[in-house]
Write a protein that binds this ligand. Sequence first.
Ligand SMILES: Cc1ncc(COP(=O)(O)O)c(C=O)c1O
Length: 355
Amino acid sequence: MQKGAIKVTKAATSKLSTTDFNNLPFGKLFTDHMLIAEYKDGVWGDAEILPYGPLRFDPSLTTLHYGQSIFEGIKAYRMKDGSAAIFRPYENLKRFNKSAHRMAMPDVPEHLFIDGMKQLLNVDEKWIPSAEDHALYIRPFMFGTDEVIGVAPSSKYYFMIILSPVGPYFSNPLNIYVEEQFVRAAPGGVGYAKTAGNYAASLFPAKLAKEKGFDQILWMDANEHKFVQECGAMNVFFVMDGKLITPSLEAGTILDGITRKSVIDLAKSLGKTVEEREISIDELLEGYKKGSLTEAFGAGTAVTVSKIAGLQYKDTLISLDANNMPVADLIKKTMAEIKDGSIPDSFGWMVRTNA
Ligand SMILES: Cc1ncc(COP(=O)(O)O)c(C=O)c1O
């Protein structure tokens, strides 16, 4: 085997024939194989593709205690011509390494992240669904594997990729709770990093919101609880006076979403005015009263484009007509058409798995 080549050990049996592709609960089913590479003594070893299965670690595994763990979420799509393509994985690689830097972890090189992903997808090629709104969700992740108690960067890491066939994340327009008490991220913190602790910290507020009947939280800024940030698994967009507006990335408190940047590029190419800036809850309430706030939607890999029908802020419900959101509909439709190859990929977003 040449240096850098990926050794593949095939699973003895496949779960493919027993998987119901008409009923795919999000993130609960995994394909037959996984990719794994180890970093130690300051270098990455070769990646290996192995049958999907459990890992064994000592209870002192540093990640379990101090959370030095980052991840990405990407989707591979079945194109109309039968081939398979990944949506903008180089953007995820960039963001992964930004997260790694913030968490004092080593960079993951392109050959592990991109070539490893393509090879894993080729091994599990038959798992890429073809139904509308379906995809193979790709989860690259890295975590510290030192087996030692003590707050310090790990000296060893695993980089892994696992795959999960998925359908739509949400089936109905969303009901969102505007959070005023808890915060997700503050300037100088880790809000822009896709790191495990951000999600752990969101679980309790999200549980409370769910108990009140909401699908997701809309986080506000940490200082004044006045400026819109993002939701638990998606960036947010509003249509006000016909313009598409979304919170800017400057404060470093929200995730630089790849769907977000794609929505912005696409909307501009469709002739829409797009503004990335501060958005206060007062501006949204005012727009709602005047009737100039006409649409709201979330954008993310898992949720794609998900319309928001309700935003609860204190005693006020901003109620929007999800059946009348032409901008969200156009963006969702055009993105889906690029992803399945129905229209030309003029942005060069789709990366073929066999290229
Ligand atoms: C907190 C948060 N914001 C935004 C997003 C959307 O990012 P992307 O479009 O890159 O998936 C995600 C993705 O899962 C997320 O977890």
